[in-house]
Design a binder for this molecule. Structure first.
Ligand code: NIG
Ligand code: FE
Length: 424
């Protein structure tokens, strides 16, 4: 039975459906799990994948499933390869100001925590964000969302966390919700730093749990916390995660970024969708993650900028942990939106294979956001979000600064790629 307009994408060189990776829950993705269909046809109905297979089987499939095929729109992809739309599952997209000066301080030897302790770091971005007019926050965030879209990002997670007070946090979440282009998932990150207004961490946490969390419905899809020495403690994380869980929020947390602080093992019993950073994850945490449904989100661009070691991706993947990767785009630890950099670092520094990188940016990241039934693979029933690649898909995540995406489709609709990355 037809339920919406039929779009038939033909002349596809190699189509990476990720069918087997999807079936395996995004764990241990090998080339065979990309489930590549050569000389493929992709049939989309009402924006979702309705059929996918080799062109030789297309006529037969059509006869069996669809009547009135003349009414369908045929679109040639000119022999290009197709991959699922990429998913950025960890970004701090809404902020004002720059931290270029702090970058220079870090080059000269000051640590991220030393800079934070003297009121720089996150607090300096809080100052600029609070004083920025909403329209300015919206236009810069929109430009950044489009920069991601250009790289084939069709689903984008956006955190708050640079307001810290109720008014600015709500303003930033509203800005995030208003963004056009990619599908947006919003995350409240009130417990991101010591607040300038309520410097005592316990009092701030009380305010967050009692005054802010109950006001977030409709604005935040999930909540996050930064658990680290000098930021929020393990005990505060437990208080927060249980309050948020009671209110029905999905959970995630920044853990073990700068030390093996214990946030990961403390957060895991709350069944977070993801635990992120994990640079100092212990064997015990990795083994516990492997037994869980929680996705490990690795953010190697922030490790590069902090000149840190990298998470033990090989140990995680080989143990059966589902891994996702993301830019962590933010003005402090990862002032880059470049997916090619993240993919190359994952390969070079974390020894991930290309199929693992592609899996981590698609089905792995879909799980990290709880969207695995909707996106992350080009299998029947999921959103027809995909990218046509210029050249071979094997050239992806090979050359830093070069991410050869020729066209982007969301729900089978082409996205106008009018924005130029050189636009100020
Ligand atoms: O993911 N670690 C905490 N949050 C961010 C950094 C935010 C900032 O420095 O502005 C991160 O690395
Ligand atoms: Fe982050």
């Amino acid at each position: 039975m037809r339920t919406g307009p039929l779009k038939i994408f033909k002349d596809i060189g190699e189509l990476l459906t990720l069918r087997r990776a999807n079936e395996a829950g995004g764990r241990k993705v090998e080339e065979v799990d990309l489930s590549i269909v050569k000389d493929a046809v992709l049939v989309c109905e009402a924006g979702r994948v309705a059929w996918v297979g080799p062109s030789a089987m297309f006529t037969q499939a059509i006869q069996q499933q669809w009547a009135g095929i003349e009414a369908a729109e045929f679109i040639s992809l000119g022999g290009r390869d197709v991959v699922p739309g990429f998913i950025e599952c960890h970004t701090h997209l809404v902020f004002a100001g720059s931290r270029a000066q702090e970058f220079e301080w870090r080059i000269r030897g000051q640590s991220y925590q030393e800079i934070a302790a003297k009121g720089g770091g996150i607090l300096s971005t809080v100052k600029s964000t609070r004083s920025a007019p909403t329209e300015e926050l919206r236009s810069t965030a929109q430009r950044r969302a489009e920069k991601f879209l250009h790289q084939g990002v069709t689903t984008l997670e956006v955190k708050s966390g640079y307001g810290l007070d109720l008014e600015t946090e709500l303003r930033c979440l509203k800005v995030a919700k208003s963004l056009k282009g990619p599908r947006i998932i919003t995350t409240y990150l009130g417990p991101h730093s010591r607040s300038p207004d309520v410097p005592d961490f316990d009092n701030y946490m009380k305010m967050v749990c009692e005054d802010v969390l109950p006001r977030l419905s409709g604005l935040a899809d999930r909540v996050d916390i930064y658990v680290e020495q000098g930021f929020f403690s393990v005990a505060q994380a437990k208080t927060y995660l249980s309050a948020a869980r009671r209110l029905g929020f999905q959970l995630t947390a920044h853990v073990e970024q700068l030390s093996d602080f214990g946030g990961g093992l403390a957060a895991l019993p709350f069944k977070p969708q993801s635990l992120d950073h994990l640079v100092f994850a212990s064997d015990e945490l990795i083994d516990a993650l492997a037994q869980s449904e929680t996705t490990a989100v690795l953010l190697p661009a922030s490790d590069l900028y902090l000149r840190m070691q990298y998470p033990r991706a090989r140990r995680m993947i080989d143990s059966g942990v589902r891994v996702a990767i993301s830019t962590d785009f933010n003005p402090g630890t990862s002032p880059t939106q470049d997916l090619s950099l993240v993919g190359c670092l994952s390969r070079l520094e974390m020894r991930m294979t290309l199929p693992e990188v592609i899996g981590a940016f698609t089905i792995g990241a879909a799980h990290a956001l709880g969207l695995q039934a909707e996106v992350g693979s080009l299998t029947v029933g999921k959103c027809a979000d995909f990218c046509a690649v210029e050249g071979s898909w094997r050239d992806l995540f090979y050359s830093v600064g070069d991410h050869p995406i020729q066209a982007v489709y969301k729900m089978a609709e082409p996205i106008e790629l009018s924005y130029s990355s050189s636009t100020p």
